[in-house]
Design a binder for this molecule. Structure first.
Ligand code: PMP
Length: 442
C-alpha cells in the first residue's frame, strides 16, 4: 500500500475500536516514527503526546530495541513454549521480575494486556483451588474499569459500551466496586485527590454480602486510564489491600498502562506503596515493539499452584502459542536495558511537576470541567455538547492531529501520556496546542 491509499484499499481492514466509515472517509495514517515523533502519510511530523497508545515509553524506533528485534528474527524466529524453552524467555522474565515489587517475581508471558487480564483471573481461581478453596470463584472489578476485551476482562471491566453488545455472555459471578470519580469533591485535584478513600469500604460490603469464602479476587487499575484517567484517592488502594488481606482475597493491579515508569517508578504499586498479589503488564514491557503482555505473580500464588501439581504433571492448563515469543522477549530485554541505562522511570518522576503545571494551566480554557494528573499521565475532562456527547473531545483529538500533536480521547476526556523521553518544551507544545484548539471547537 502506498502512503496515500485510495479508499478501496482501506476496505479490508476492519479497524478495532474505530468508527470505520467515518475514519475511512478521512483517514489519519502514520507511516514512520522516531523518538518523540510520528510522520503522517502527508509528510507532516506529529509530536506523540500519548506514547502511541500509552505504550512506547522509551520513544519510537530505539536503535537498541530495533537491533534486538532484527537479530532475533533472523536467528530464532520461533520456539514452542510448552515443555520447551529458549534463553531469551528466561532472561526477559528475570529482567521484568527485577523491577516488580519485592516478591512478585514469577512472570507468565502473554501477547497483550487483555490476555494478561484473563490469565491473572484464571491464576486467581487456580490458586484458590490448589489450596482447597475451590468455592472461591467470585471476581470483583470496578465501575469504569478497563481490563481489555477478553470475556474475563469485559466482565470485570466497567465501561458499559464495551459490555453492552455481549451482556448475555459475560462471566456470571462478578461484582463491581463503585468508581472513585466525583467532580463535586475532586475537580482539579493535583495528584491524588484527598477525598474518596472511604469508597474502598464498599468492598467490605460486597464481601459480607457474598461471604468472604466465595470471593477469589479483586481487580483494579491503580490509575484507571482508558476510562479517562481516574486517579486513586489517597489511602484508597491501601484500604482495598487491607480488606483483601483480611479475607484471603487476592488483589490484582492492572498495570498495563502504569507499568514501566508512567508514574515515575517501575510500577504504580511501588509508587503508591501498595503491593498486590498479581500485576498485569503489557504495552511498555517491550516498548510495544512486538506484541507482549505478562502477569507478575507473587511467590505465594505461584508456589501454591506449581507445588500443588503431581511431579511431572502440568500444573496450570493455560498458555499461548506465542507466550514469550523470541522476538518479543528480545525486545523486552533490550527495552528494560534502555529503561535502566537511561534511568527513564526517575526521569518521568522529575518531569511530573512540569507536566502537572502545564496540564493545569488549561484550567481556564474553554469547556474545561476537570483536570487530573499523576506522574506523566493526565486527563482533561470537557463539558459535553448536549446534542453529541463525546464529539467535543473527538474534535480536539482531530484538530490536534492536524496541528501536529497526537492526543487521545475517550468520551469527553482528552488524555495525555507522552513517552518518558519527552522534553519540557514538548510538554509545553502538547498542552499549548490543546489550548489553541479548544478556542476553536464547537
Ligand atoms: N488493561 C488496561 C488497564 C489497559 O489500559 C489495556 C489497554 N489499553 C488493557 C488491559 C488491554 O490491553 P490490550 O489492548 O493489549 O489487550
Amino acid at each position: 500500500m502506498t502512503a496515500h491509499p485510495a479508499s478501496d484499499d482501506l476496505a479490508s481492514f476492519w479497524m478495532p475500536f474505530t468508527a470505520n466509515r467515518q475514519f475511512k472517509s478521512a483517514p489519519r495514517l502514520l507511516v514512520s516514527a522516531r523518538g518523540m515523533y510520528y510522520r503522517a502519510s502527508d509528510g507532516r511530523e506529529v509530536l506523540d503526546g500519548c506514547a502511541g497508545l500509552w505504550c512506547v515509553n522509551a520513544g519510537h524506533c530505539r536503535d537498541e530495541i530495533v537491533a534486538a528485534v532484527q537479530q532475533t528474527a533472523a536467528s530464532l524466529d520461533y520456539a514452542p513454549p510448552f515443555q520447551m524453552g529458549h534463553p531469551l524467555a528466561f532472561e526477559a522474565a528475570a529482567k521484568v521480575a527485577k523491577v516488580m515489587p519485592a516478591g512478585l517475581d514469577r512472570v507468565f508471558f502473554t501477547n497483550s494486556g487483555s490476555e494478561a487480564v484473563d490469565t491473572a483471573l484464571k491464576i486467581a481461581l487456580a490458586y484458590h483451588r490448589a489450596r482447597g478453596e475451590g468455592q472461591r470463584t467470585r471476581l470483583i472489578g470496578r465501575e469504569r474499569g478497563y481490563h481489555g476485551v477478553g470475556f474475563g476482562g469485559i466482565s470485570v471491566g466497567g465501561i458499559s459500551p464495551n459490555r453492552k453488545a455481549f451482556s448475555g455472555s459475560l462471566l456470571g459471578n462478578v461484582d463491581h466496586l463503585p468508581h472513585t470519580h466525583n467532580l463535586e469533591q475532586n475537580a482539579f485535584s493535583k495528584g491524588q485527590p484527598a477525598w474518596g478513600a472511604h469508597l474502598a469500604d464498599e468492598l467490605e460490603r460486597l464481601v459480607m454480602l457474598h461471604d468472604p469464602s466465595t470471593i477469589a479476587a479483586v481487580i483494579v487499575e491503580p490509575v484507571a486510564g482508558s476510562t479517562g484517567v481516574l486517579i486513586p484517592p489517597q489511602g484508597y488502594l491501601q484500604r482495598l489491600r487491607e480488606i483483601c488481606t483480611k479475607h484471603g482475597i487476592l488483589l490484582i493491579f492492572d498495570e498495563v498502562i502504569t507499568g514501566f515508569g508512567r508514574l515515575g517508578r517501575a510500577t504504580a504499586s511501588e509508587f503508591l506503596g501498595v503491593t498486590p498479589d498479581l500485576i498485569t503488564l503489557a504495552k511498555a514491557i517491550n516498548n510495544a515493539a512486538v506484541p507482549m503482555g505478562a502477569v507478575a505473580a507473587s511467590r505465594k500464588v505461584h508456589d501454591a499452584i506449581v507445588e500443588s501439581g503431581l511431579p511431572g504433571a502440568i500444573e496450570l492448563f493455560h498458555g499461548y502459542t506465542y507466550s514469550a515469543h523470541p522476538v518479543a522477549s528480545a525486545a523486552a530485554i533490550a527495552t528494560q536495558d534502555v529503561y535502566r541505562k537511561e534511568d527513564l522511570f526517575a526521569r518521568a518522576g522529575r518531569l511530573a511537576p512540569v507536566f502537572e503545571r502545564a496540564a493545569h494551566a488549561l484550567a481556564d480554557a474553554p469547556y474545561v470541567k476537570d483536570i487530573r494528573n499523576l506522574g506523566l499521565v493526565a486527563g482533561i475532562e470537557l463539558e459535553s455538547r448536549a446534542d453529541a456527547p463525546g464529539a467535543r473531545a473527538y474534535e480536539v483529538f482531530v484538530k490536534c492531529f492536524e496541528a501536529g500533536v497526537l492526543v487521545r480521547y475517550t468520551g469527553d476526556i482528552v488524555a495525555f501520556s507522552p513517552p518518558l523521553i519527552v522534553e519540557e518544551e514538548q510538554i509545553e507544545k502538547i498542552f499549548g496546542t490543546v489550548r489553541k484548539v479548544l478556542a476553536t471547537v464547537q
